[in-house]
Write a protein that binds this ligand. Structure first.
Ligand SMILES: Nc1ncnc2c1ncn2[C@@H]1O[C@H](COP(=O)(O)OP(=O)(O)OP(=O)(O)O)[C@@H](O)[C@H]1O
Ligand SMILES: O=C(O)C1=C[C@@H](O)[C@@H](O)[C@H](O)C1
Ligand SMILES: [Mg+2]
Length: 188
């Protein structure tokens, strides 16, 4: 790892936000390795704790119950440092979650709907995408959430089919632009 990134980050957590399929889980794991952090995924923690897949939680307990579990997990993880955290696509929806996210550096993976659709066309694990018209569903979710995702500290625009490794390189190169020191971040 580049020693200057380590000095700059000072253990501050990296939160990946963005739409389902934007690559938070895939890229988060690689980004953690790149900056020598541990990796966690709020969706995975919820699935392990509940003992059932997210689609089952949505069906049996409903989306509000899932959102509460998500906030509980986020509240717990933000107490730790040196983490790269892949969040669920809807983490931005609750105002209280932002107070946790702002403990760290928030990175938005901004991926066009066409690419999301291509990645997720065979997917059955995302309950909100089990819709007769997944493209319109993704568009309306993105419209609803766009201004929320925009509140991230760092916007990573993915405009073409780039590899996860290229995206990680872009993120690592962009971090110094938004995080000169942790003090500056807290003053923004
Ligand atoms: N360049 C890429 N970057 C990231 N993911 C990619 C890329 N190309 C293809 N994928 C694939 O896209 C799919 C969705 O990625 P991933 O599960 O990481 O998204 P996510 O943002 O964590 O979604 P969710 O919010 O539903 O958890 C995966 O199957 C992943 O392998
Ligand atoms: O975008 C969303 O609302 C979701 C994304 C996934 O990460 C999961 O958290 C769940 O499928 C809901
Ligand atoms: Mg994920």
């Amino acid at each position: 790892m580049d020693a200057s990134i380590k000095q700059l980050l000072k253990g501050v957590n990296l939160y990946l936000i963005g739409m389902m399929g934007s690559g938070k889980t895939t890229i988060g794991s690689l980004l953690a390795q790149a900056v020598n952090y541990s990796f966690i995924d709020t969706d995975e923690i919820i699935v392990k704790a509940a003992g059932k897949p997210i689609s089952d939680i949505f069906t049996t307990e409903g989306e509000p119950a899932f959102r509460q579990l998500e906030s509980n997990v986020l509240a717990q993880v933000c107490a730790y440092t040196k983490l790269t955290i892949a969040t669920g696509g809807g983490i931005v929806l609750r105002r209280e979650n932002w107070s946790y996210l702002h403990h760290g550096l928030i990175i938005w993976l901004n991926v066009p709907v066409e690419i999301l659709l291509e990645r997720l066309k065979e997917d059955q694990t995302r309950p909100l995408l089990q819709d007769p018209d997944p493209q319109s569903k993704l568009r309306s979710l993105l419209d609803e959430r766009y201004s929320l995702y925009s509140q991230a500290d760092l916007h990573i625009e993915i405009t073409q089919q780039e590899t996860p490794e290229q995206t990680v390189t872009n993120i690592v190169q962009a971090i110094p632009r938004v995080l000169k020191t942790p003090v500056e971040k807290s003053q923004n």
